[in-house]
Design a protein around this ligand. Structure first.
Ligand SMILES: Cc1cc2nc3c(=O)[nH]c(=O)nc-3n(C[C@H](O)[C@H](O)[C@H](O)COP(=O)(O)OP(=O)(O)OC[C@H]3O[C@@H](n4cnc5c(N)ncnc54)[C@H](O)[C@@H]3O)c2cc1C
Length: 413
């Protein structure tokens, strides 16, 4: 070790969680080094919210986080909640704008938020070491040795904030899981979450390109598991859109476990059965000369109608009077329960976040410190936490980063 400098904390991973934690510790006078293995810190932030960065949400409840540990997750969120996040960003010059509870930088650009974090890190003179790959983390007495190819850093505490495996091109390539495992931690199998679902159904190609409001119900082994409403995006491989993202983590896990997964889609969510009956009656009375395609034209996108017709056996070119009100009615009801078998999911490249990660039962959530290695802390998506779309994953990164910063300070005292 010789005369090497020993940092108070080595934060590994210059993402949302790592940057926030470094700033909080730097502001309190701790000597921090931020180690990042790509060329630049904050890469993923630029991709968030379609480049606008939905960095928190005014609605913050247990059901915004998925999986089994919602109470523990909320206990961390509550200590540095959405209001604290908003005022933290104001303190570094990022004012906010809110749309239906979703919070964005007032500039509407993720770049402004990333720049503000970087400027604050620079201003606090926090040492940033980029393009540094850690081969091994060892404990030598009470000091951690972080060994790279040609250099070793030393620190009294380590904060692992290396993210997950989602969007690996941004730098979160899953290497943090390996570091955690080598330090004795268990990792719950990481799987994509907030991701598109794949179907081998022959109708997908027919519907590709359509965006339409709908209700989507997820069934696992024929039992209802989740339900969402919003704009569905039909694609040639399957289905996407915010409602699909919201329930994707359950579908992905079930497909991975080789269980039977299907969606039931209501393509006419604003039409009750009574209203549909009225439409069919008046349609046949006033426009009985139309064929099925012409009749449906003013009701639903033609591609969706074609796909549903494919399943029903009705001919689009057939006259509605000849088909008869009963069959037309049955077809329209079918549009309220269109079935899509789910056979797969898009990979980590397409996923916004991961489910799975470092097991929470091995972390003291009041400090974010490992229960196995004193002085080792965790924050962000490396942990087995995943939230819904809507700013909840960044909120987790900020809250857990802040909690870890406090935990490190307590530990060093
Ligand atoms: C396309 C997309 C859009 C998203 N939009 C939103 C949104 O609008 N709102 C929202 O709340 N969430 C959004 N998310 C999710 C959100 O970005 C993440 O949950 C959040 O960035 C996780 O923060 P983190 O600090 O834990 O990990 P990351 O931000 O992934 O940061 C981890 C950092 O660690 C570095 N690293 C990894 N391994 C090592 C290593 N071995 N050594 C050194 N450094 C390492 C990585 O290069 C990276 O810089 C989005 C994600 C994606 C991909």
């Amino acid at each position: 070790m010789g005369n090497q400098k020993i940092y108070d904390c080595a934060v590994i991973g210059g993402g949302a969680a790592g940057m926030l934690a470094a700033i909080r510790m730097g502001r309190n006078g701790l000597n921090v080094i931020l180690i990042e293995h790509t060329k630049k810190i904050g890469n993923k932030i630029l991709q968030t919210g379609n480049g606008k960065c939905n960095f928190t949400n005014l609605r913050m409840e247990e059901d915004c986080y998925l999986g089994d540990n919602q109470r523990e997750i909320m206990s961390v969120i509550e200590r540095f909640n959405q209001k604290a996040v908003i005022s933290f960003f104001e303190s570094i010059g990022v004012y906010h704008r809110e749309r239906n509870g979703y919070v964005y930088p007032h500039s509407d650009t993720a770049l402004s938020l990333q720049n503000a974090l970087r400027m604050e890190i620079e201003h606090l003179k926090i040492r940033v070491s980029t393009e540094f790959d850690i081969r091994e983390i060892k404990r030598n007495g009470r000091v951690f040795e972080l060994m790279g190819d040609s250099y070793t850093y030393y620190a009294n505490t380590v904060l692992l904030a290396t993210g997950s495996k989602a969007a690996p091109k941004s730098g979160s390539d899953g290497s943090g899981y390996e570091l955690a495992k080598k330090l004795g931690h268990q990792v719950v199998k990481p799987l994509p979450a907030l991701v598109q679902l794949v179907s081998n159904g022959k109708t997908c190609r027919m519907m590709a390109g359509v965006r339409s409001q709908g209700t989507v119900k997820l069934f696992i082994d024929d039992r209802l598991a989740a339900e969402e409403f919003g704009e569905l995006q039909y694609t040639d491989y399957g289905i996407s859109g915010i409602p699909v993202f919201q329930l994707s983590r359950y579908a992905v896990k079930a497909v991975d476990e080789k269980r039977k997964v299907h969606l039931v889609i209501d393509m006419l969510p604003d039409y009750s059965e009574e209203y549909i009956m009225r439409i069919v009656e008046t349609g046949i009375q006033q426009a009985g000369f139309k064929n099925m395609e012409q009749f449906m034209e003013g009701i639903l996108n033609r591609k969706l109608v074609s796909a549903a017709v494919e399943e029903s056996g009705i001919s689009l070119k057939h006259n509605i009077t000849e088909i008869g009100s009963e069959k037309v009615l049955a077809f329209m009801k079918q549009l309220k329960s269109f079935t899509m078998q789910i056979t797969g999911f898009k990979d980590f490249d397409s996923a916004q976040v991961c489910q799975g990660g470092v097991k929470l039962s091995e972390i003291d959530m009041s400090t974010m410190m490992s229960m196995k290695v004193p002085g080792l802390f965790f924050a962000g998506e490396i942990l087995d936490v995943d939230g819904k779309c809507g700013g909840y994953n960044l909120q987790w990164a900020w809250s857990s980063g802040a909690a870890a910063a406090v935990g490190v300070e307590k530990f060093l005292k």
